[in-house]
Design a protein around this ligand. Structure first.
Ligand code: CMC
Length: 466
């Protein structure tokens, strides 16, 4: 049967049905109620169980295997929505109408043409940088480009100072009174307002969020092309965000099926509760550092192999295993070495991760047309079966979102180094939506540590130490 968009939709609806059936006996969550702080909760290491804030952005239920964005079920969104619509929903708290969506898409498209930032990026040794490294740097360059926070010109420079007690004639040396100078005159008419955009206001926060959503996709694609000795590509106005992402990476306009699969991958990575990168982003934002620095922290946190970096590990493991018959000894060796199997397990899910429920069958569908990747898919299926047989029932370890995503990206023609950046290109919607929400009632994050060290140590000068 030829794969078409209906096949994809049916596959998602079927996955939704399976999810509902398998977790039907698990209790329904209570209706959200108004909370009264301080909230009592039991906290484990790694802040397990800690409630850090209230949010209406998204909800994860680990026992039911639910993922919900602003009240909408992830299966429904993947079956019917688009990344643009979902990003709008996360940021604005409601589905856009046609006019709002059109404007949002136009902005996203225009902001994806960040050739200035890409040009600046090319001044750095990005050929020696991972794409995640380039994204981190790119977030800083976007900060410079789209906010006035890094701009020396946003502050009056001493040579622009016209001191009240000095002659108003430009001087070669700094005027004696410059420390007390009054900055009444702007010497450059195009200088940005000296008033800094420190802190967050909703309107500029939204604009910055659009820049970041567009920019991360664009920078990831451009960096990957440069790594392959190709020049970056401008997005095409007739393409969706997902299609442009594929186009800007591969140079080929995707088929409708490829575009839809990319769109779905973007939708289902967009938000996921207080995961490590979202929390990192919010912690930085809570200090009133700006949203570009905050997202930079999110990118850094996402890069780790326990988080978004796992999708790159998975594909390396599948290659290393090589064939289905090697799976069992490979897993045994891993566990004997007390190592975890990448792409499995989750802090919250004690049911099958709904994102993997969608990505698994989608990978199977795409790979049908890529025979060269079929052996990897077979290894993945055998690995899933083996790990679930070993742990599934007892420890409730299932494949997570990172298990099948790499296979999908491979079948779209992406290099391994792009897998985690693709996660970032999507999760940036959730990062920014949650930051903007949190900033409405910001309180700096500041948990405690449990001190287990010494007291009353006597200082011994270095030459008397043993
Ligand atoms: N392979 C083998 N055993 C596992 C795995 C795994 N992937 N995950 C959890 N376990 C075991 C773990 O050894 C522990 O066993 P025991 O109770 O006997 O000590 C038990 O399950 C609980 O695990 P944990 O490490 O306490 O769980 P955690 O909530 O601290 O960590 C996790 C969650 C995702 C970091 C972890 O499952 C893991 O390291 N997985 C592999 C990396 C991975 O796939 N990360 C992607 C996560 S999902 C998407 C994302 O956030 O990017």
């Amino acid at each position: 049967m030829k794969t078409d968009l209906n096949t994809i939709q049916n596959l998602i609806l079927k996955a939704a049905e399976n999810a509902r059936r398998e977790t039907a006996d698990e209790p329904e969550p209570e209706k959200p109620k108004k909370s009264k702080w301080p909230i009592a909760c039991t906290v484990g290491p790694g802040l397990e169980g800690a409630i850090a804030c209230e949010s209406k952005v998204g909800y994860v239920n680990g026992t039911k295997g639910w993922l919900v964005y602003r009240g909408y079920d992830i299966f429904d969104l993947c079956a019917r929505s688009t990344f643009e619509e979902v990003s709008y929903l996360l940021l604005h708290g409601k589905m856009p109408n046609m006019a709002e969506l059109t404007i949002f898409k136009e902005k996203l498209f225009n902001y994806t043409r960040i050739n200035k930032v890409v040009r600046q990026l090319m001044g750095f040794p990005i050929e020696q940088m991972s794409v995640m490294g380039a994204l981190r740097l790119g977030a800083n360059l976007m900060r410079r480009e789209y906010s006035d926070l890094d701009m020396a010109s946003a502050r009056p420079a001493s040579f622009e100072a016209i001191s009240s007690d000095e002659d108003s004639i430009a001087m070669e040396t700094t005027p004696h009174g410059s420390n007390h100078a009054t900055f009444e005159f702007k010497s450059r008419s195009n200088r940005k307002a000296a008033k800094s955009k420190r802190g967050f206001d909703k309107l500029s926060g939204l604009e910055d969020s659009y820049h970041l959503i567009a920019g991360i996709s664009c920078i990831a694609a451009a960096t990957s092309r440069l790594h392959n000795d190709k020049l970056p590509l401008e997005p095409q106005p007739d393409l969706s965000h997902a299609a442009n992402l594929i186009y800007m990476i591969t140079g080929k306009k995707p088929s409708p099926v490829e575009e839809r699969v990319m769109d779905i991958a973007l939708i289902l990575h967009a938000d996921h509760g207080m995961n490590a990168s979202t929390f990192a982003t919010m912690v930085v934002a809570s200090t009133l550092a700006d949203i570009y620095f905050s997202v930079g922290a999110g990118i850094a946190a996402l890069s780790g192999p326990l988080h978004g970096g796992a999708n790159e590990d998975v594909i390396r493991n599948l290659r290393e295993i090589g064939s289905a018959k090697n799976v069992k000894p490979w897993v045994k060796k891993k566990l004997d070495q007390k190592k975890k199997v990448s792409g499995f397990g989750h802090r919250v899910y004690k049911a099958y991760d709904p994102r993997a429920r969608i990505l698994g069958p989608l990978a199977g569908l795409l790979l049908k047309e890529k025979p060269e990747l079929n052996p990897l898919f077979e290894v993945a299926q055998e690995l899933e079966k083996t790990v679930m047989d070993m742990f599934g029932k007892e420890k409730k370890i299932f494949p997570n979102v990172d298990f099948y995503s790499g296979l999908i990206y491979s079948s779209l023609g992406f290099d391994e180094e792009l897998f985690t950046p693709m996660f970032a290109a999507s999760r940036v919607s959730g990062w920014t939506a949650r930051v903007l929400e949190y900033m409405e009632k910001n309180r700096i994050f500041r948990p405690r540590g449990l001190y287990t060290g010494e007291f009353n140590q006597m200082y011994v000068p270095i030459d008397q130490r043993k």
